[in-house]
Write a protein that binds this ligand. Structure first.
Ligand SMILES: CC(C)(COP(=O)(O)OP(=O)(O)OC[C@H]1O[C@@H](n2cnc3c(N)ncnc32)[C@H](O)[C@@H]1OP(=O)(O)O)[C@@H](O)C(=O)NCCC(=O)NCCS
Length: 190
């Protein structure tokens, strides 16, 4: 089954495709070095590079790229405050990886929890996905807490699987199965 970046709405957020009018917010969001502490990315050198990066995301919506990126829009301010993405989608195995990032100035407000919950509901509810996983670098407490809050389970650790700033870091593997998500939802309704 093909998965597309469609609009998903929650109480405070709209998840939608990015477009070029998000550029200013995109730069604000991606240019803070703290955002990249546990990512393999780093801030870009200039506005031109951010424009190129945003353009390639916008282009990816028509080229059926293996990576699907949703903008997280804070509805009250009509502002891009982060992204949530599907990576490594394996249709035959009904599984995908989730990646999440929120503008440093908007972190700790439950935005990733709200966006993650909406996308997971969509993937299990409408997209024939059976397993979602997240790969979280050692030390990324916020991301670990988020994964656990969303119902993921720590399944194992790839030791010294990443190298950043002269140090090897473990990668923690978190996974969530559709059956577990169904049980979580059932318990919530009781
Ligand atoms: C991980 C990230 C997306 C979380 O976004 P967020 O919108 O701040 O998350 P939420 O506000 O929904 O919080 C989720 C949980 O993490 C906790 N949390 C948030 N920031 C935290 C921090 N710095 N340290 C410890 N826990 C933290 C929250 O308290 C919450 O748990 P709780 O509801 O039990 O209190 C954000 O920190 C981020 O963008 N980090 C940089 C990019 C990154 O590392 N992405 C992940 C790659 S695997």
């Amino acid at each position: 089954m093909e998965i597309e970046v469609c609009n998903l709405e929650t109480e405070r957020l709209l998840l939608r495709k990015l477009n070029m009018s998000d550029l200013e917010d995109y730069i604000e969001f991606r240019s803070n070095a703290d955002l990249h502490k546990f990512l393999s990315t780093k801030p870009k050198d200039n506005v031109k590079d951010y424009k190129k990066s945003l353009k390639s995301i916008v282009k990816s919506y028509i080229s059926k790229a293996p990576r699907l990126i949703w903008a997280i829009i804070f509805k009250d301010k009509n502002k891009l405050v982060g992204t949530i993405s599907i990576e490594n989608y394996l249709c035959a195995h009904k599984l995908c990886e989730l990646g999440w990032s929120v503008n440093v100035n908007y972190q700790g407000k439950g935005i990733a929890s709200e966006a993650g919950h909406a996308l997971i509901n969509h993937l299990f509810g409408n997209c024939d996905i059976n397993r979602i996983y997240a790969s979280i670098w050692q030390g990324n407490e916020a991301s670990k807490k988020l994964a656990l809050k969303l119902g993921f389970m720590h399944e194992g650790t790839d030791r010294q699987a990443r190298f950043k700033n002269g140090k090897f870091l473990d990668v923690l593997n978190f996974g969530l199965l559709k059956t577990e998500w169904e049980t979580l939802n059932k318990n919530k309704k009781m």
